[in-house]
Design a protein around this ligand. Structure first.
Ligand code: NAP
Length: 505
């Protein structure tokens, strides 16, 4: 038996995961550092949220091992940045091909540890892979600029240089794409990376490392460290060798990491929480708007930073909209992500179900009407039935907080000015949705909404060519698009003065 097969079969991982996958070697329980699979001193169970079954264990590295990973990434940096963009792109494109060749296994692994539906998981693998191809191609066009000189006889220019070792800390809700969206940009421009994935979903991350190894990334260029999050983050933030930190997760943890990164003045990019408004205009067809709002709210069981949390409806259409929303919601099926026709899988853990209950109780106590969401129908302890709250007010948690669960809050409004004020009445500023026809109202809203991304008459807004990111406490920086390189590169300016005249020349 070779060592890879032994690693897999030694573990409980075999029974729970193997029947679902074609390629068992994608399941790795060890961390990936400097081109090697390494054991920590301890491990942690990985749980299937649909069944609460232990599906495997993931090793936990200690402080020294995280520091070793940082050293390995630093050592690998000069050679990796020294490759031509075409050479780095070739490796990234091999990784891209491997991600798509293994799409079904990667998606199934994600359903097992994250709980989302198989269709959503397949969509995430495509989405995640698209960033790898995009940045591989863009790396060849990471141009600098020449500048008309204001200094007599001088030549002025800028080039873009990779910043160095980049640390990427990612959440469980998109366990593949939140890694590739960062790593592809960093690697393509010439950085080496250390990824710290969420504790709930390490297998999706480690499968990416297995495929990165097969794609031919040199040792130390792509590392995955698993371990206690506060410890790992402290080590990463404290290290002067880590020059960029890119985090996707809650605003609470984002603030903490910014604080911890201040002493070493890292370049920080933050993709944090959201509290998206969904604004229906008076001229919009109610059934169409309701279906779009249901789609924007309940994807990934509401555990999505883009989820439509606060749905604003013109008062004259309020009753009809609530009825249409209920009708659309009634079609949603809740269950195991592998089952046919399921729209919502479980929440990630029981704590999330408790939070959902608290949000509903808080709203009902403060006067909201509970129009749908019979929790006695939930098919397991981590499931929460899609819930509709009407007459939501700004005093309620469902309006104020990023609820991150399948609870929709709806409220009426009386004028465009009023809805602008209400939509902006949040510390968050990630995404906003508008549905309607009147171009004057749409334009006014697009300009006035304090959000990094505003979408009109379309639920789909993200993708590799567009800059993803928020304003206010939803974050700093952008991912995807040409701007995605900014987080992992520095602009170096050259001033080439006139050479002194050599006598006789
Ligand atoms: P989280 O609790 O902030 O965790 C995110 C990452 O930070 C995980 O790797 C986690 O590790 C780590 N972490 C947790 N506590 C930490 C601490 N005290 N010190 C250092 N690191 C720590 O967020 P989450 O619950 O996984 O994800 C949900 C959040 O992500 C939501 O707020 C959502 O809006 C946001 N999100 C934003 C975007 C975006 O693009 N703007 C996209 C997706 C998600 P462990 O899991 O090991 O604890």
């Amino acid at each position: 038996m070779n060592s890879i097969a032994k690693q897999v079969s030694d573990s409980k991982v075999t029974e729970a995961i193997m029947p679902h996958l074609k390629d068992p070697r994608l399941v790795r329980e060890l961390a990936y550092v400097n081109g090697k699979w390494i054991h920590g001193s301890n491990d942690e169970a990985v749980i299937n949220p649909a069944s609460n079954e232990v599906i495997g264990h993931c090793t936990l590295l200690d402080t020294q091992q995280i520091n070793d990973a940082i050293d390995a990434a630093e050592d690998a940096f000069p050679a990796w940045r020294g490759l031509m963009a075409d050479e780095r792109a070739a490796i990234l494109l091999r990784w891209y091909d491997l991600l798509l060749e293994n799409k079904e296994d990667l998606a199934r692994l994600m359903v097992l540890e994250q709980g989302k539906t198989l269709d959503e998981a397949r969509g995430e693998i495509d989405y995640g892979a698209s960033f790898v191809r995009w940045f591989a191609e863009e790396a060849r066009r990471a141009y600098g600029e020449t500048i008309p000189s204001h200094i007599p006889n001088a030549q002025l220019a800028t080039i873009r240089e990779p910043i160095g070792v980049a640390a990427l800390i990612t959440p469980w809700n998109f366990p593949n794409a939140m890694i590739t969206r960062k790593a592809a940009a960093a690697l393509a421009i010439g950085c080496t990376v250390i990824v710290k994935p969420a504790g709930e979903t390490p297998f999706s991350a480690l499968a990416l490392a297995e495929l990165a190894e097969r794609a031919g990334f040199p040792a130390g260029v792509f590392n995955i460290v698993t371990g206690d999050a506060p410890m790992a983050s402290r080590v990463i933030c404290k290290s002067d060798k880590v020059r960029a930190l890119s985090f996707t997760g809650s605003t609470r943890v984002g603030r903490l990491l910014l604080e911890q990164s201040a002493p070493t003045v890292k370049k920080c990019s933050m993709e944090l929480g959201g509290n998206a408004p969904f604004i229906v205009l008076p001229d919009m067809d109610v059934a169409e708007a309701a279906q779009a709002a249901v789609d924007a709210k309940f994807q990934t069981s509401g555990q999505d930073c883009l989820a439509a949390n606060r749905i604003f409806v013109p008062r004259e259409k309020y009753t009809a909209f609530l009825e249409a929303f209920q009708n659309s919601m009634a079609k949603l099926k809740v269950g195991n992500g592998f089952d046919e026709g399921i729209n919502l899988g479980p929440l990630i853990f029981e704590r999330a179900v408790e939070k959902a209950r608290d949000i509903v109780d808080d709203a009902v106590t403060k006067g909201a009407r509970l129009l749908a969401g019979d929790q006695t129908q939930a098919p397991g302890s981590n499931f929460f039935m899609p819930t509709l709250l009407a007459d939501v007010t700004p005093e309620m948690k469902v309006y104020r907080e990023e609820n991150f669960c399948p609870v929709a809050g709806v409220l009426p409004y009386d004028s465009i000015d009023q809805v602008i004020t209400m939509a902006n009445d949040t510390e968050y500023g990630l995404a906003a949705y508008i549905y309607g026809h009147d171009i004057r109202s749409i334009w006014k809203l697009m300009r006035a909404l304090d959000f990094g991304m505003v979408t009109v008459n379309s639920i789909k807004m993200t993708g590799h060519p567009v800059p993803f990111g928020g304003v206010k406490q939803s974050g700093l920086g952008r991912e995807g698009s040409l701007h995605g390189f900014d987080e992992y590169s520095e602009i170096k300016y050259y001033c080439l003065g006139a050479l002194p005249t050599v006598s006789g020349s």
